[in-house]
Each structure stands twice: as C-alpha cells, then as structure tokens.
Ligand binder design. Sequence first.
Ligand code: PEP
Ligand code: MN
Length: 356
Amino acid sequence: MEKFTLGQKRPLIIAGPCSAETREQTMETALKLARSGKVDVIRAGIWKPRTKPGTFEGIGEVGLEWLSEVKRQTGIPIAVEVANHTHVQTALKYGVDILWIGARTTVSPFAVQEIAEALHDNKDVTVLVKNPMTPDINLWEGAVKRLIAEGVPEKNIGLIHRGFSYFGHSTYRNPPMWHMIFDMRSRFPEMMMICDPSHICGCRPLLLGIAQQAADLCFDGIMIESHIDPDKAWSDASQQVTPEDCISLLDNIMWRAKSAEDPEFNSELNICRQKIDQIDSELFDLLSQRMRTADKIGQIKKASNVAILQSNRWNEITRRMISMTRGMGLSEEFVNTVLEAIHMESINHQNEIMNK
Ligand code: PEP
Ligand code: MN
C-alpha cells in the first residue's frame, strides 16, 4: 500500500467515529464512509481523554485491529489520537498512517515532548496537532516545534482547528475564535490547516455552517465525526452524524480555490479583510453576550426596585477601561466613544425590562 503523504490531496477529508466502540460499529461506519469515495482517511479514537473518570475511556488496542482491517479491505489510510509514548508505539505497530495529538494533550508540554521523542526521526508517519483547549497560540506553536526539534519532517505535520474552550455563553461547544487561526497560520504558512467542525459545534445543526466557513477561509480539509447510530454513541453522541448525513454534508461544502488558481484570493489584502470580517463578527457576538448579561442585571434591579443608572459604578468602569486600554494603540477618545455607546445600549435594554 502506498504511503500516505500530507498535501497530496486538498481538501483532505477525514471522517469516522469519535470512538471505536465495537468491531461492528467501527467496521460498518468506516466501510460506509470509505466506499462513498468522498472520504480520504478514516479516524477513530482508541484511547479517549475524558473529562471525568468512570465514563468510556476508549476500547484500546483491539480497536486498532478493526481499523487495520478497514485499511486492508479498502486501502484507505487510518488515523488515531495518541497521548503518550505507548500509544505512539502501539499505533505504529498496527500501521496507523496519521497520528493526531488531541486538544487536551497539546496543552501539556510534558506529554507533547514524550510523543515527540517517541517519534524521533520518524520520516513516515503524519502527525496532526490539534489546537490546545485554551486559546493559547504559543502552546500550539510550541507543540509543533517540539515535533520538529525531534526530527519529524515539517511536511509531515498538519494542524487541526477544533475550537477553544470558553467559560462564557456560546452557541458552540468550543467557539471557533477564527482570528487565532490566522495567527497560527502566519507562524506556519505552509502547514495544512484542517477544521474539525464536530468539536467546535458540539451539535449537528451547526456543522455545515462551520465547515463552509472553514472552506471559505481557505482551510485545507475537514475532520468530522460519524457513527452508524449517533444517538447511541459512547462518546460525543450529540455531535456525530450518520455516514449518510456525513456524506451529504461533505457534498454540500463549497471548497474555494487556493493560491495558484486564484491569486487574488490569497493576496495579503484579502487575508487581512477576512481577518477583519471574522474579528468584527466575534466583536458583535461578544457585545450581544454583554447585553444579555445587562438584561439579567436589569431583572435583578427591577426585582429589588433599584435605579438603572448608578453613576459611581459607571465612572469606575470608565476609569478602569481607559487605564487598561492604555498602550493598546487605541486613543482615549475612541475608548470613551465605544464605552458610551455600549453603556447607552445597556441602559436601553434595562429600561425596556423595567417598563415591561
Ligand atoms: C476527538 O477527536 O475525538 C477528540 C477527543 O477531540 P479533541 O481533542 O479536539 O477534544
Ligand atoms: Mn470526539
């Protein structure tokens, strides 16, 4: 079988279950996806880094037997997540083509270093590095550099954007924070960037929207979770889709041409414009979250019959923001104008609640 090489196919489509659970579930899902001709790589989690113990933590080595059977039957490359030295050794023993480092592992320099050392001078295997859970680009960059320092060829390394954990309210399980991706891309301009809409969205209805946005932003591929019976999945049930739905979703993504075919698209100006559009949409998403919080304050004030405008508190906010934004390259006048506009909108919201 020909060795899998990153960059041979764009867009690169990776699909498969969150976890390999049973032989039947793994084989059936993988064969349906592979035989559609729309999927380039089959993924499955074998060792699962779960938030809490006591939940399903992966089927282990036997899952690699099922995956290598998929590879034998279809000729399609296989991908699994690795988080330590033993995982790497075991996966390589079963002929896994692509190893990926998960978001919970990228946050740990010790774990990444251990993986990098297990891959020392490995010229064959492809390694995809997911962004860390936290929006920390240096940590992501550091993980890639650890691999390179251990002699993993840069051309064998790719990146996966799976969204960032966020403590505030969001429609997404892990909000995409696209501007982070632009930053990472500028650090590794040649590296393939793959989007994982499943872990960004956490639910099915949002998947296509995120996948399309990734295609519009010139991503190089998609990694998506699919399961023959998603509702009964042992992990990430709410975000997995049936192989049929997965294939139809993939059919609906409109991929955009990159560089050579469309030099205008890749021009520096265009990249900056896309970045600005993304930041603007995130700014307004944050503003809307702020207003929802203001609404809650309005309800509390109404319940305890307190006046809306509390000038001491407002003066304090203004002072704090002006001192905080010093050195950010924003004029004091601009900061004041923005704050005033936000304050007005907030008061209007609260007024509405008071007078309801
Ligand atoms: C996964 O791909 O199943 C997974 C655990 O993803 P992440 O590391 O992005 O949470
Ligand atoms: Mn998952």
